[in-house]
Structures are given as structure tokens and as C-alpha cells.
Write a protein that binds this ligand. Structure first.
Ligand SMILES: [Mg+2]
Ligand SMILES: [Zn+2]
Length: 194
């Protein structure tokens, strides 16, 4: 079985965006900007044949905030910007659901929306990943909870580009590691994947 580096998307691969309605994930492909240092982290893993797997909740279509085409274009833009810096995501697993979705077909209490760990278990089965040897970089308490449930180690990337209550909620979680700069994850990953 293989060990993997799991990464959240919004706030970890790409920066959160400050809109007039507040902090949000990018709502258009042109609003996508990479988090400083993340491309180096991913290409470090690529060079060592460590699988890099994105695990993301993307309820924008479910909430009727965007079309599937726009959601796909945003996702592609994230991967395109990473590729330009020689950083490759090996697999992407997305939960498109939301319990209060406007789109009926996506309105459900699924087991794949973080903090549930359903996507991790699916990846583990699909790609033969050893979860307790893996590590997950996220930026929310729900990421830390999902990683803990899945049995991965967790790195919380603490940043303040988010709604105040979400930043406050970070204080209640217990990641294995906490960083404030993405470059700080490299020494952690080096000692984890020895
Ligand atoms: Mg996030
Ligand atoms: Zn789901």
C-alpha cells in the first residue's frame, strides 16, 4: 500500500477571495490564485512518487451559486496554474453535495462531505492508499476532523483569509501540526515520508 499527501483545495491550493459579499472560494476561473508555496510542496511530493490527492467539498453548484461548467472551469484553472509550476495533482475527489442544496439531486446528507471521511475511504480503496501513513493539509476544523476520522496525520494551514467565525472555529481543533506559511509544511513532510 502507498502513502499519500492529501490536500484540500480552497485556502490550501488556491487562495480564498475577498468579494463584496465576504470571503469565499473563487467564483470565476479568473479569480483563481495559488497559495504561496503550495506548488513547491506538490512538486516535492511528485519527485518522490508520493501520490498527491485533492479532497474538496464543492457545494457551489448544489447551492445554485454557479453552473457545473463554471465549477469545472475553476477546478481546471487551479490544476493549470499548478502544472505551470510543475506541480501535479494525481487524483481529485470532490463532494458536490450539500444538505440544504437548492438543486434537489444534490441535496443530501452524504458521507463524503467533510468533516465526514467518506472520500478518504473511497480513495484508499480505489488507489490502495495506506491512510494511517498519509498526511492531509487542510485549512478548516472540518478538514482536521475528516483527517482524524480517516486516520491520517493532519496539518492545519492557519490563515486569516476567511470569515471570522471560521477562523475562530480553528481554535477548537487539534491538528498534528499547525503552520502559518505553506513552506513550513516541507520539513514536516520530509520527516513524515522518510
Ligand atoms: Mg479549505
Ligand atoms: Zn458528498
Amino acid at each position: 500500500m502507498k502513502k499519500a499527501l492529501f490536500v484540500d483545495r480552497d485556502g490550501v491550493l488556491n487562495k480564498m477571495v475577498h468579494y463584496s459579499h465576504g470571503w469565499d472560494s473563487p467564483q470565476k476561473p479568473e479569480d483563481v490564485q495559488l497559495v504561496t508555496g503550495i506548488a513547491d510542496v506538490i512538486s516535492w511530493a511528485n519527485k518522490r512518487n508520493i501520490l498527491v490527492i485533492e479532497i474538496s467539498n464543492q457545494p457551489g453548484v448544489a447551492k445554485a451559486k454557479m453552473t457545473q461548467e463554471i465549477a469545472d472551469a475553476i477546478e481546471s484553472r487551479v490544476h493549470e496554474l499548478l502544472r505551470e509550476q510543475n506541480a501535479l495533482i494525481d487524483a481529485t475527489y470532490i463532494c458536490p453535495h450539500h444538505p440544504d442544496a437548492k438543486v434537489e439531486s444534490l441535496r443530501l446528507h452524504c458521507d463524503c462531505r467533510k468533516p465526514k471521511a467518506g472520500l478518504f475511504f473511497k480513495v484508499s480503496k480505489d488507489l490502495d492508499i495506506y491512510l494511517s501513513g498519509s498526511i492531509f493539509i487542510g485549512d478548516k476544523n472540518t478538514d482536521v476532523e475528516a483527517g482524524r476520522t480517516a486516520g491520517t496525520k493532519t496539518i492545519l494551514f492557519f490563515h486569516t483569509d476567511d470569515e471570522i467565525e471560521k477562523i475562530e472555529a480553528l481554535k477548537t481543533c487539534a491538528p498534528d501540526y499547525q503552520i502559518v506559511d505553506m513552506n513550513e509544511s516541507l520539513p514536516i513532510l520530509r520527516s513524515h515520508f522518510t
